[in-house]
Design a protein. Structure first.
Length: 373
């Protein structure tokens, strides 16, 4: 508790200096983590986070994932090279989530393919098209990243044809990755049919094949579902027992940003269409997290993503049912220091409560109890 009290009593500048000095010490990080996850419970000691048996946020049938903070990066942004993963390792992100990999590396879509949030907070738009170095390059980095930074390393994969995902999963498993997220919801690649997570039959088949390829925690990243029917159809597939966690949501699309003065799309890739991210999608993300929490939350933990750029945004995700909160656009815009800022803001918001206490605590506004006349 001592660290969180000290932080709250400091002026903002002093708090920044204090928390910056904390980054130097894994032991301090470990104590802060205790406060977030276990509230009033006594810190478990100075053991490094990955070795501390109390530092478990996600317990799955295929093992525990021990995060060093409940604020992590979402797959994707700042993908250009391996050094970006080192930035994540050195930051306060509770995990290192690798760029979504395909079997063969690709440079993605042509530029411009990212439009930043802008002064009116209209959100970021991207049609990156999964530029990545190919899964083998990322898999080779897993042991070094784990050893150096002692936090969980997640692979993110997106196979283009049958069998790709299983091939990638086997290699990441051999290299000791902590968890694997199947990106079933990328907006920005050309395909003939619906995205994987919009096709319950294809999703069930794919998850079954992927499950057979690994004994590591396996998750799937979902899109924003706009039709209530989909939540139930997808929940039924997820409850078949193949996945250990889900990540919700990916970017929202197809979306289109325009430069109205010249009547032109803001991006060139994908005819200007792309996936919307950042603050405007937070209510959509919260709805998806909460809906999924109601349907599967008892069985499958949720990584909440979408519109988080402040500590209280992460709190909303926890209240809706997320166990961990992940961010992409805020990381893209602010760099790796964003994780420490949001964590510090979250500490103030939760005021000594644990994430576990907060998770799923969202109640319906009491006025709903009064029927409208
Ligand atoms: C530039 C950019 C690249 C992204 N690339 C990926 C990706 O490779 N894989 C993936 O699963 N999601 C990707 N995403 C989606 C994010 O992980 C996240 O789900 C989405 O942006 C919503 O979160 P946010 O509002 O915090 O940005 C990307 C998002 C952005 C902005």
């Amino acid at each position: 508790m001592e660290n969180v009290l000290a932080l709250e009593q400091l002026s903002p500048d002093a708090a920044v200096r204090k928390t910056a000095s904390m980054q130097d010490s894994l032991a301090d990080r470990s104590r802060l983590h205790d406060v977030i996850v276990y509230g009033e419970q006594e810190p478990a000691g100075n053991a490094e986070s990955q070795d501390n048996p109390d530092h478990v946020l996600l317990e799955t049938p295929h093992g525990e994932i021990r995060f060093t903070s409940p604020i992590i990066n979402a797959a994707g942004p700042r993908h250009e090279g391996i050094s970006n993963f080192d930035d994540l390792g050195q930051s306060e992100s509770g995990a290192i989530v690798l760029k979504t990999a395909t079997l063969v590396g690709t440079s993605g879509n042509p530029e411009p393919r990212y439009s930043p949030p802008g002064e009116f907070h209209e959100g970021a738009l991207n049609a990156m098209g999964l530029p990545n170095l190919g899964y083998e390059v990322y898999a080779e980095e897993v042991p070094r990243l784990k050893e150096t930074y002692r936090k969980p390393v997640f692979a993110s994969i997106s196979g283009k044809k049958p069998g790709d995902n299983a091939t990638m999963i086997r290699r990441f498993t051999e290299k000791g990755v902590d968890a694997i997220e199947i990106n079933g919801s990328c907006q920005n690649i050309h395909r003939n049919g619906p995205m994987l997570a919009n096709d319950p039959v294809a999703l069930a088949r794919e998850l079954h094949e992927c499950r057979e390829a690994t004994d590591k925690p396996l998750g799937v990243k979902l899109p924003a579902y706009a039709d209530a029917h989909y939540f139930e159809a997808i929940a039924a597939v997820l409850l078949e027992g193949e996945v250990d966690f889900i990540t919700a949501i990916n970017t929202v699309g197809p979306s289109l940003k325009v430069d109205y003065q010249v009547a032109r799309t803001a991006m060139a890739a994908m005819s200007g269409y792309g996936g919307l991210s950042g603050e405007p999608i937070r209510p959509i993300a919260i709805a998806n997290v909460h809906k999924l929490y109601e349907l599967i939350g008892e069985t499958i933990p949720i990584i909440g993503v979408g519109g988080i750029s402040q500590g209280w945004h992460a709190l909303e995700h926890f209240e809706a049912g997320a166990s961990v909160a992940a961010l992409a656009t805020a990381f893209m815009e602010e760099g790796a220091r964003v994780f420490e800022r949001i964590w510090r803001e979250l500490l103030t918001e939760i005021d000594g409560r644990s994430v576990e206490e907060i998770r799923g605590s969202l109640a319906v506004h009491p006025e709903e109890a009064v029927p409208a006349s």
